[in-house]
Design a protein around this ligand. Structure first.
Ligand code: FSX
Ligand code: SF4
Ligand code: F3S
Length: 364
């Protein structure tokens, strides 16, 4: 079998300079959450390892994950698809269709048995033998099991693939579920988010491709480097939370001034994701920056927690949040020094409270 080209060879073929290649390696190293001490290893792997063969399939979902992915800014989605990976089959991005397309899938599965990365978007529909989600004349369950059997690693891209997502919301008429129980014990990396951040997907794919294993995962199968912090931990509105300054309605003066959205339902205190760091569209924005509270879109069952504008029930004891606000208003009146002291005390109290109430199984 002809050896597939490496990333370096792919760069050469497209006329890119060595300098461009090295810049790409630096970007990939950072994207994979690795330190600069790993740069030499990344360059070495990128020079020698064949481009990863990727099969990308879609079950029950809204295509928002791909809409996010094709807007990847660093690296550009086009560079990922055309240079960084060997994308052999993709329900959405492939130009081919019909019987030859399906035949190509079977050939790819056979030819690269045990070597390819399987990217899955969307939930599995299980009710009535899976007839509510069909692909190529077969149920998605059939396709997933067939493709998973020969995969080296599987990436569940999006909350639907990871946990079931909107399809699995009550009353879940199609019996939808995340993919994990249908992939025969293969390693699964969960990249939740509705949609997820595209650069996270690229980081995970390239980690598997260059190092031959999945990145370090947390207790929920999520890559630690991207899901190690709560939205709340990296939120630029956090000083307002700490200072007890909350928007009370979507159009009050607090909202206009960019104060904390906790009282408007923000799930940032219980949601793990990198939105505050990476953001979308080359770091331009993310929900909280556009004035919308985080709805916890990377959490399992987040749809069942609607209405999203309700304050988190389990943080209602932070009805203390009201007290923080009152206390801070007074502190502000007596001066900046008093304000700072009050903030520190309240922040400590609040951190203890959030720590005690955090229901994430202690994996963080
Ligand atoms: Fe789900 Fe993705 Fe939300 Fe949509 O493929 S995670 S509904 S953004 O499209 O699966
Ligand atoms: Fe940011 Fe939401 Fe936390 Fe407020 S509650 S600081 S808006 S994440
Ligand atoms: Fe989703 Fe919250 Fe990020 S809604 S996109 S996890 S800020």
């Amino acid at each position: 079998m002809k050896q597939r080209e490496s990333l370096w060879e792919a760069y050469l073929k497209r006329g890119f300079s060595r300098r461009n290649f090295l810049k790409g390696c630096v970007a990939l190293t950072s994207l994979m959450g690795l330190g600069t001490d790993m740069l030499t290893k990344v360059v070495e792997a990128a020079e020698t390892k064949p481009l990863p063969v990727v099969i990308w399939i879609h079950g029950h979902e809204c295509t928002g994950c791909d809409e996010s992915f094709i807007r990847s800014g660093a690296p550009l989605a086009s560079d990922v698809v055309l240079t960084n990976i060997a994308l052999e089959y993709d329900h959405l991005l492939s130009a081919a269709c019909g019987a030859p397309f399906e035949a190509h899938l079977d050939e790819t599965i056979q030819k690269y048995n045990g070597q390819y990365i399987l990217a899955v978007e969307g939930a599995v529909s299980t009710k009535d033998n899976g007839i509510y989600c069909m692909s190529g004349g077969h149920t998605f369950t059939h396709l997933l099991q067939k493709a998973a059997a020969g995969a080296a690693a599987i990436i569940a891209y999006g909350t639907c693939a990871a946990y079931g997502g909107i399809q699995a919301a009550k009353p879940n008429p199609t019996g939808s579920a995340g993919i994990k129980m249908f992939v025969g014990g293969k390693p699964v990396v969960n990249v939740p988010g509705c949609p997820p951040i595209p650069e996270v997907m690229t980081g995970v794919v390239m980690h598997v491709a260059l190092f031959g294993n999945v990145p370090p995962l947390d207790g929920q199968g999520r890559p630690k480097q991207f899901y190690g912090n709560r939205i709340h931990d990296t939120c630029y509105r956090r000083p307002f939370f700490d200072a007890g300054m909350f928007a009370e309605t979507f159009d009050d003066e607090g909202a206009k001034a960019g104060w904390c959205l906790y009282k408007l339902g923000c799930r940032g205190p219980e949601t793990y994701n990198s939105c505050g760091n990476l953001r979308w569209w080359q770091g331009m924005s993310y929900p909280i920056q556009s004035g919308a509270p985080c709805i916890g879109c990377s959490n399992a069952n987040f749809w069942d927690e609607a209405p999203f504008t309700d304050r988190l029930p389990k943080y209602d004891k932070i009805g203390d949040a009201d007290k923080i606000g009152v206390g801070l208003a007074a502190a502000t009146a007596v001066g900046v020094a008093g304000h700072a002291v009050a903030s520190i005390i309240q922040r400590n109290q609040r951190d203890n409270l959030l720590e005690n109430e955090n229901g994430h199984g202690g994996e963080h």
